[in-house]
Structure formats: C-alpha cells, structure tokens
Design a protein around this ligand. Structure first.
Ligand code: PLP
Length: 406
C-alpha cells in the first residue's frame, strides 16, 4: 500500500472518515437537492448524538439479542473444509429474524427514528428483504410504514409483498423509471423530502447521500465485531481471508469493518457477474464501472459513455443495482479490499454445493461469495477463511424451483 493510502486507511480506522463533507477519500458526499439538505443535516446531527449515547446503544443491543436473534452463529463448515482443503467458517446472518442481515439496519434505524419523534417510516425495497425487515421493525416499534417497490419487482417477488402487508405495511407500486429498485429509491426520497419533520427514510444499504452510508455501516458493523471475536474464541487465530457478496455493500462492509486494521487479513467483495462481462448483463459495478453520481453520492457506477445509467442483470435481485456504497469505492481505490465478480451459473452451482454438504440453503446473493472463496482456496491450501452468509435462500425458492423444472 502507498504511504498516502496508508494514511487514508488510518484516518478511516480513527473514525475521521467520512469527513465533514461526508467523503471517504474522493468518494461519497452529499449530491442532494436543496430541499433535502435540512433533513440530511438534522439526521447528521442526531446520529452524532444517538450513536454515541450509551442508553441508546444498550436498548439497541437488547433488541438485537432478544428480538432479532443475535449474536448469530459462527459455523465451522467441516465438509466444505475437507473438499476445498482450507478451514471454512461461515458467519450466519441467515439465522437472524426475517432471514438476512437487513434486520440489523432496519431495526437500528427504526429505533433511531422513534427517538427523533417521527410519525411514520418510508423505505424502499428491491427483492423485498429490506421491505420485510423494515415492516417487522416498524410493527415492533408501533410505527406506520410505507414501502416503495418497483412494479416489476412486485410481480417477481410476490411472497415478500404479502409478508410486508401481513406485517401491516403499505406497499406502493412504483411505475416510473426502470420500475425496479432504482426508481423505488427515487420515490422514497421524494416522499421523505415532502415531510422530513415527521418522516424518516430507512435506506436499505450503504448508499445514498451522507450520512446514510455511514449510518448503515455503523448498524451493520456488529456482524464483523461478532465474527472477529468468534474466530479468536474458536482457535485464537484470525482468518487469512474474508469473503462477502456486494450489492449496495452493507453486509460486506458490516463484516469487513472489524478486520480493516488487520492488514494481514485479505478481504474480498464479490459482485454479481450476471451472464457476461458486457454492459447490461451484470451488476459488477466495482469490477467494471466508472465513477459517477447516483442517489446523492459519488461512487462507482455502471453507466455508458454518455453518462446514462445502465440496466443491470443478476439472477439475485438483491445484487441487481447499478451503484455501490462509496466506502467500497474508497476501499478499492486504496487496495485494501479486492473486488471480483461471480456469474449467475457459478453462484447457483455453489448454492447447491452448500446445500448438499452443509445442510444450509444460502440466498443466491450469498452464494456469490462462495464462488470466489472456492477459487481462492485452490491457490491457498491449508489456510483459514471466513465467508459472510448474508441470508437464507427460502425467498429464492420460486426461482430455484423454476430452474429445477427446466
Ligand atoms: C439485500 C441483500 C444483499 C445485498 O445487499 P448488500 O447491501 O450488498 O448487503 C445480499 N444478501 C442478501 C441475503 C440480501 O438480502
């Protein structure tokens, strides 16, 4: 690592990044319309107060433990270890309430919103996992919740739409733009800005304008804190390499953060490689994108030479987003984390291997991380690895059944 990059990493570890203007190096910031700025400034101020407040942290921890099912297990994957020739450990976010890491952030932000005295919550969702987590957290806290979801996603993710409704959440179909996650985020911002005094927007990943990437990372960093300690408790050794899938990047940054200072631990983020490297056929933003602005933040993006945001493709709806969190763009720029991608068919193959040999049905999103882990293991026999298992695959059964029948 270059000297200058080492200083940037040190600044991050010391809590100096994002800086006053919300920057991680050259990435991040607040590219928001004038009307949104007061709400963002107010949120920034309140985050400073509550994230450093012991009572709030204690209440959050209690809810994570007694309602959301933390700490989650660290599983030694004995069969995969034998097959791959490395020691494989899994961090089991699939065991949380509602089935993915999303609940950590949804619960934390809903609790924060309650402290801020807002009257209602808005959220967006793509595959529906963040929508379900928000719906559950809002029901728990007695806050009315509205979730924006693209019309196309509503059609292909109907079980999660029904789950949200069962939990008392209003689901609004977004007919504008691409009618998927990108348009849903636009609508959620629009709703929030129309009444920021009484509304809080629970964004679902480490994306959006400052302070959202910072806020969501803080809510998710529990994953890595637990996993690092569990690895030490297990064998007094840190892993040699850590793998996590990257959509917007929240489960990955949550797992990585505790290891950033352990420079001997290699970190890998795995994006959706879709069906090919061609623009439009994947969602490999860091692996093949260029810098640009989307949803209020400067980060890596999939856009063409005219700056037009590209359609993305992935078999996993949760990774199907043309942007990525600015902290990841930063970590890539200083070479602290390496980003690669896994194709649809590779992810599905590893999903089957994890089912067959470990008795765990991972989400298709999480299966992307296993692809790179297995490749790395081939070249690094005898080492010890940690894989972030971001969620369970039950939600993917319609897709998997369809593929089985083909
Ligand atoms: C939403 C989701 C992802 C992708 O989101 P990140 O913010 O990148 O973590 C990954 N895995 C699962 C199971 C998800 O639900």
């Amino acid at each position: 690592m270059k000297n200058e990059d080492q200083n940037l990493l040190k600044a991050l570890l010391n809590g100096e990044l994002p800086d006053e203007s919300g920057r991680f190096g050259s990435f991040g910031g607040q590219y928001a319309p004038e009307t949104l700025m007061p709400a963002l400034k107010k949120l920034e101020k309140n985050i400073k107060i509550f994230l450093n407040d012991e009572t709030f942290q204690e209440e959050f921890m209690n809810e994570l433990n007694s309602w959301a099912g933390r700490p989650t297990a660290l599983t030694y994957a004995s069969q995969l270890s034998k097959r791959w020739g490395v020691e494989v450990f899994l961090k089991r976010e699939d065991l949380t309430h509602t089935g993915a890491h999303k609940i950590n952030n949804a619960l934390g932000q809903a609790m924060l919103a309650k402290k801020l005295g807002v009257k209602r919550i808005v959220a967006e969702t793509g595959a529906g996992q963040h929508g379900v987590a928000s719906a559950a957290a809002c029901a728990r806290l007695g806050l009315p919740c509205t979730v924006y979801m693209g019309a196309i996603d509503i059609e292909r993710q109907s079980p999660n739409v029904d789950r949200m409704k069962q939990l008392g959440t209003e689901v609004i179909s977004v007919m504008s733009g691409d009618q998927t996650l990108r348009a849903a985020i636009d609508e959620a911002f629009r709703d929030w800005v129309s009444d920021p005094e009484n509304t809080h927007y629970i964004i679902g990943s480490v994306v959006g304008p400052h302070p959202f990437p910072y806020l969501v990372r803080e809510m998710q960093s529990i994953i890595g804190k637990e996993a690092r300690q569990q690895m030490l408790d297990f064998g007094e050794n840190l892993p040699d390499a850590v793998f996590a899938c990257v959509g917007g990047g929240s489960n990955a940054i949550g797992l990585f953060h505790a290891f950033l200072g352990d420079t001997e631990v290699e970190l890998f983020g795995i994006e959706a490689g879709g069906t090919s490297d061609d623009l439009g056929e994947n969602a490999a933003t860091l692996a093949s994108g260029k810098p640009g602005i989307l949803h209020g933040t400067y980060s890596m993006l999939l856009h063409d030479d005219d700056g037009l945001i590209q359609e993305t493709h992935s078999v996993s709806a949760g990774l199907d987003y043309p942007g990525v969190g600015p902290e990841h763009a930063f970590l890539q720029s200083i070479s602290r984390v390496k980003y690669t991608s896994a194709r649809d068919d590779e992810a599905l193959e590893l999903l089957r291997e994890v089912c067959e040999y470990e008795g765990i049905l991972p989400a298709i999103e999480s299966s992307h991380a296993f692809v790179e882990a297995r490749k790395w293991a081939k070249e690094n026999q005898g080492k010890r690895i940690l894989i972030g298992l971001s969620g369970r695959g039950d939600k993917d059964m319609p897709t998997l059944s369809k593929l089985m029948n083909e």
